[in-house]
Design a protein around this ligand. Structure first.
Ligand code: AMP
Length: 417
């Protein structure tokens, strides 16, 4: 693999996989352009180095060509940030002439890759009553045509850059398969480099004490994350809705709190493993409970192991936060994924806000802090702490899979020879 910083783009055409999967409103206006802004340093590097750009992305989950999912809606914004006009190829498989005509400094955006089933390599339009044989044949057919699809994309350019961390956990044509056509000219973009460095900082090169704070709604969606982290951290703080399954596993009374009975054996196994490894698992000791899942419900504060029937845990209580704050401030590496309460409701946002505050404080004291995955990212952004932690990941699912300890196909495809 090559490094974007030292690669000579002069006179070359770079095909860059970005994640321009931005939210659009009913008038097809962009409502949040964070993902576009995140890719601009990589795109500018190519242009400033004397190269031409072919930009490719997906948008939404189309089942075929659809106006609603057209990347033409984002062209003006890309052009604005790059400061140059942007051309558009309305079919990503028929851009030969436009790509060939590109001159240094010029930019071509390909239409949504997912207008073709070949991008994801999954068959479309299968009858509901399709037999296993038919499903297998359809899958084999799309895998076969995926080769030509990928080769066509590769034919437009001299080098390939992957800067789409949001899809790095997918082995799609543009995120992984295309890399093999550029054995000596493939590299990560700056966003990907940053994300990979952040993952390595916590999973490979963590300074100890290393603390992970895992919250959110369900144990089932983060079981692999917990199993992997328990082998790496010194402290594992488990909060939010998922904490109640652990509290119930310990024999606590959790009232009507969210929990998953079928995951109690897994919770016990994780706690047992932690004991063997000398890892401190810290559960909530005090909870703010409500008599309804509503911002306006009646609220009281009770010990987390003694939640009365008819009441449910909605946020961490002050004593829990105080415990967690101490652990966080004593740590040198901190990973946070998932809110510790129903932070979307202002009445129950305090715990999550206090975690964000403690992370900011720890960062100021020199700790490395990574906020990764979905709702905790939304929480730090919403609370204005994004620039007070070391790194805020842009990729929800991709970051979670990385924390599970999986090799992400988008990363592996660039790294392997
Ligand atoms: P996740 O996507 O798994 O990170 O979960 C995030 C969601 O967990 C948010 O929508 C929170 O409202 C929710 N959550 C956090 N704590 C609780 C709780 N005590 N009860 C119910 N939902 C919760």
């Amino acid at each position: 693999m090559k490094q974007i910083d030292s690669y000579d783009f002069n006179g070359k055409k770079a095909i860059v996989r970005v994640d321009f999967n931005v939210p659009l409103n009913d008038q097809f206006e962009i409502t949040d352009d964070t993902r576009i802004r995140a890719a601009i340093p990589t795109l500018k590097k190519v242009l400033e180095g004397g190269g031409a750009l072919i930009i490719m992305s997906h948008l939404g989950r189309p089942k075929g060509p659809a106006e609603k999912f057209s990347l033409k809606h984002i062209l003006a914004r890309v052009s604005q940030y790059l400061g140059v006009p942007v051309q558009f190829a309305p079919d990503c498989q028929k851009a030969d002439e436009q790509a060939a005509a590109l001159k240094p400094g010029e930019v071509l955006v390909l239409e949504n890759l997912r207008f073709y089933a070949e991008e994801e390599g999954k068959p479309r339009g299968l009858a509901e009553d399709a037999t296993d044989e038919e499903k297998k044949a359809a899958k084999a057919a799309v895998k076969e045509s995926q080769k030509a699809f990928t080769k066509k994309l590769a034919s437009y350019a001299d080098c390939y850059i992957n800067d789409a961390f949001g899809t790095a956990h997918r082995a799609h044509a543009s995120t992984a398969l295309i890399a093999k056509y550029f054995p000596n000219d493939k590299m990560f973009g700056y966003l990907m480099e940053g994300e990979i460095r952040a993952i390595d900082n916590v999973l490979k090169n963590a300074q100890h004490p290393f603390t992970a704070i895992i919250g959110g709604s369900k144990v089932s969606s983060k079981l692999e994350v917990l199993k992997n982290l328990v082998t790496k951290v010194d402290n594992l703080i488990i909060g939010g809705g998922m904490g109640y399954t652990f509290i119930k596993a310990e024999g606590g009374a959790i009232g009507n709190s969210l929990h998953e009975d079928e995951l109690i054996p897994d919770a016990l196994e994780i706690m047992q493993r932690a004991k063997q490894l000398g890892v401190n698992i810290s559960l909530s000791v005090q909870t703010r409970v409500a008599d309804d899942f509503s911002n306006d419900a009646n609220v009281k504060v009770v010990p987390s192991h003694e939640i009365p029937e008819g009441w449910q845990g909605m946020d961490a209580g002050e004593k829990s936060i105080e415990n967690w704050r101490k652990i966080i401030l004593d740590s040198k590496t901190i990973l946070w994924n998932g809110p510790v309460g129903v932070f979307e409701m202002p009445t129950f946002a305090t715990g999550t806000l206090k975690i964000a505050e403690a992370l900011a404080e720890a960062t100021a004291k020199g700790a490395y802090t990574l906020v990764g995955g979905g709702d905790s990212v939304a929480a730090v952004n919403q609370m204005g702490y994004a620039d007070k932690v070391s790194y805020v990941s842009t990729g929800g699912g991709a970051m979670l899979e990385a924390i599970e300890g999986k090799d992400l196909p988008g990363i592996a495809a660039i790294r392997e020879d």
